[in-house]
Write a protein that binds this ligand. Sequence first.
Ligand code: UGA
Length: 487
Amino acid sequence: MGMKLAVVGSGYVGLVAGACLAELGHDVLLVDNDPDKMAMLLRGEIPIHEQHLPELMSRNRLQGRLRFADSIADAVKSSSVIFIAVGTPALVNGAPDLSYVEAVASAVAQHVGEFKVIVEKSTVPVLTHQEIGKVMMLNGAPAESFEVVSNPEFLREGTAVTDFLFPDRIVVGADGERGAALLRKVYEPLTSGAYYSQGEAIPRPATFCGPARLLVTSAKSAELIKHASNSFLAMKISFINAIANMCEAVGADVQEVCEGIGADSRIGERFLRPGIGYGGSCFPKDLLAFRLVAEECGLEFGLLNEVIKLNEYQRCRFVRKVRSALWNVKGKKIAALGLAFKGGTDDIRESPAIAIIQALCNEGAEVVVYDPKAMERAKCVLQDKVHYASSAYEACAGAHAMVVLTDWREFAELDLALIRRALRHPIVIDGRNVFRREQMVAAGLHYYSIGRPTAAPAKSSQSDGQATVGEMLKEMRAIEPVPNLSA
Ligand code: UGA
């Protein structure tokens, strides 16, 4: 039988967790104090673009397992487990702002009656569970009336529902028996595999190897697992970006190098895609927060600094690559494909694409942008600094170059002959390696990518009065030599 659960906070994690927990058969009350968001959810609208979420939300609402409320009091009274999934945005010093977590904990404390488990779902620094416990008691909750458990979330935007329902592992950081037992029960449909035999279950991803392990650890260890996981993944990305730069310096191909490295099962092939650096609402923020935690512990963790530095460098390097390909950026029309921080989402928070577009605008380029999902959100940030196109082809019309900034599948499937005809100069600078070099050459495009040799068409071709490749090549400067990383 389903349990009575409350999820406080209907941001990315809260919304997905709420819908998925209802999908597992629990009665979920989703609480948020933002009246606009609540009104949207009550109308059946979903504030984020996420695969499977609309289906899960509507199915579980219809079946009465997913309800919404704006009052923490109701949620606490009617639930045995309360998940805190509110935002922890970065403060100016890089530390996460935990005031929303504190506000929820103190509100929850005032209504605790019978024993409750308070679950820390938001990403927080190690030892936050102790602070939550203190706040609960300061606000009148007797120590024996609750337990704080850390249950970090590892879902990715774009595949959030699938990640939640088909996890690699579930981490429960509980310092007491009751908390661990209740969380085991919450996730039982996943750990037993019962959910997967349901007719309506979300399709299983090809990489899924069976029911997840549920790891019970101390609350401190669970908190560290979250920050350490994100830092490790960010480190893999910065590492492969540095290797890609090395490949460019010597004319090697990073794709081949990745295959060679990734084939070692100790390393693995995932998260070794070079590009323009990581972005999003998690890695940049979590790396800064984890670095502060290390500092507060009096520890030297210089590796985190290097990961962050390499990530910033990668964006600058890409702008330099565009400059090298176009010679002068000022006055050139550039088609920028991609605004989201990665494909599959409309999220532009800390998006390297936005940072690069802003840098190009600042250098005097006329930038025309297109993204399949993130246009509306980007308009709030880029405003009238750029032009907005309704397709990749429209963005490329008359442009001196096309740059690819987000790894949308739609971009990899573009008709390159049409792109070639639309562009004024046949130059493509791909920050995500979405294309193969051979296909670009075959389409008559001059192709710059990350960590792979530049590819140029063998012979010039002419189309629709646009410049020939020969003419274009005369205008182009050779790509700049790769600067020393430490420079
Ligand atoms: C990340 C983690 O992958 C999740 O496990 C975690 O739960 C989440 O943060 C979080 O803490 O909430 P997410 O930010 O949604 O998830 O996105 P990722 O798929 O991890 O990508 C992050 C960034 O790294 C993107 O900008 C992406 O383009 C970039 N990336 C990723 C690369 O440049 N190369 C890669 O090989 C992989």
